[in-house]
Design a protein around this ligand. Structure first.
Ligand code: HEC
Ligand code: HEC
Length: 307
């Protein structure tokens, strides 16, 4: 068992187990052999209600044999199953092994329900109400905690029900996101921009791109400094889905659209991770889930197909 940090623990546990079992055997043996010879039975010396005394008789035989049976059971158990220090037991059973067998069994039963959709285009899958319902259940199990029960996200967790995408909203892109995860990285940019005043000016320029509340004089000064941002957000600020760099020209914000928040993004940078679900879900479930997520911002696939 690799669970022990050192073989010392295994030896310690084996020793404690052996001593305990031997102690039980010894205890039974002492209790059995202490059978009072002859007719006179000693009392324990306790007396209640003036005359009620407790005899010190040995255990009845059948009771004693029950104890021996439990001891034999324990020894048998320790031979067959893990429990004696690091011993794996003759059966080689383990909780992990049992869990994995059960997962394999469940996969064999349920996987085909999902993999049969693999031959269909994701938009086509999205048109199938049954597949969408399956996708919704997957969403509610694996995605709600971060993207919300209505899929509208929250600060730092993108909205999946609108048409604004960090990494692109094509069904294939969504599937790529789900399978492989995403890591959005913006380095701290204050040094590249200049003084605190420069950072504030760029922040105002960023806000001007989406006609959000800003100071036009500061924005005009900040425009030249936006060159430091263009490599990722594009010269016009519309973002780059290959990097997950958000579009700064719309009013959809991952972290908030106030000047203070934008200054914070510039000064500290941002790092954000969407975990990969390839191992947990497998291809079939990811396919069905992608169809559901895509349908959130595109209506059901059938409606789209009519356009
Ligand atoms: C632990 C939190 C977490 C969980 C769970 C999670 N996500 Fe995400 N997801 C994120 C974060 C954070 C981002 C944004 C990553 C970034 O900013 O680069 C993201 C991004 C995405 C995107 C890209 C959005 C865009 O605008 O391009 C999609 C699609 C997505 N998640 C779908 C899912 C689905 C489907 C599930 C359920 C299987 C899921 N996520 C589970 C945190 C999570
Ligand atoms: C190396 C690429 C890179 C550079 C350079 C960069 N950014 Fe970013 N920026 C990103 C990425 C990627 C994100 C998304 C981070 C995330 O997913 O959490 C982001 C996020 C932001 C956000 C948050 C947007 C929102 O929706 O809340 C703002 C604002 C921002 N950047 C502004 C700037 C400004 C201004 C500059 C130049 C001073 C700049 N960025 C330079 C990659 C970059």
């Amino acid at each position: 068992m690799a669970d022990f940090v050192s073989s010392g623990w295994s030896i310690y546990i084996s020793a404690v187990t052996t001593v305990s079992i031997l102690f039980c055997v010894w205890l039974c043996w002492v209790l059995a052999s202490k059978k009072a010879a002859g007719s006179s039975v000693e009392t324990t010396g306790h007396v209640w209600d003036e005359t009620l005394a407790e005899y010190n008789n040995p255990l009845p035989r059948w009771w004693l044999y029950l104890f021996y049976i439990t001891i034999a059971f324990a020894v048998g158990y320790l031979v067959l199953y893990p429990g004696f220090g690091a011993s794996k037991g003759q059966f080689g059973w383990s909780q992990v092994g049992q869990y994995e067998t059960e997962v394999q069994k469940a996969k064999a039963v349920y996987e085909p329900l999902f993999t049969r959709y693999l031959s269909q285009d994701i938009k086509q899958v999205a048109a199938d109400p049954e597949a969408r319902a399956m996708g919704e259940r997957l969403y509610l199990t694996y995605c709600v905690q971060c993207h919300g029960s209505d899929a509208r996200g929250s600060r730092g967790f993108p909205n999946l029900s609108d048409k604004d995408w960090l990494y692109g909203g094509d069904p294939e892109k969504i599937k790529e996101t789900i399978l492989g995860g995403r890591q959005g990285m913006m380095p701290p940019m204050a040094a590249a921009v200049g003084e605190a005043a420069d950072v504030e000016n760029v922040a105002n320029y960023v806000l001007s791109l989406s006609q959000s509340g800003h100071d036009p004089a500061k924005a005009a000064l900040g425009k030249a400094k936006f060159g430091a941002c263009a490599a990722c957000h594009g010269p016009d600020g519309t973002g780059n889905p290959a990097l997950g760099a958000p579009n700064l020209t719309d009013k959809t914000w991952l972290y908030g659209g106030g000047v203070a928040t934008i200054i914070e993004s510039i000064n500290k940078g941002r790092s954000n991770q969407m975990p990969a679900f390839k191992d947990l879900l497998g291809e079939g479930k990811a396919h069905v889930l992608s169809a559901y997520v895509w349908s959130l911002s595109n209506g059901s696939g059938s409606k789209v197909a009519q356009h």
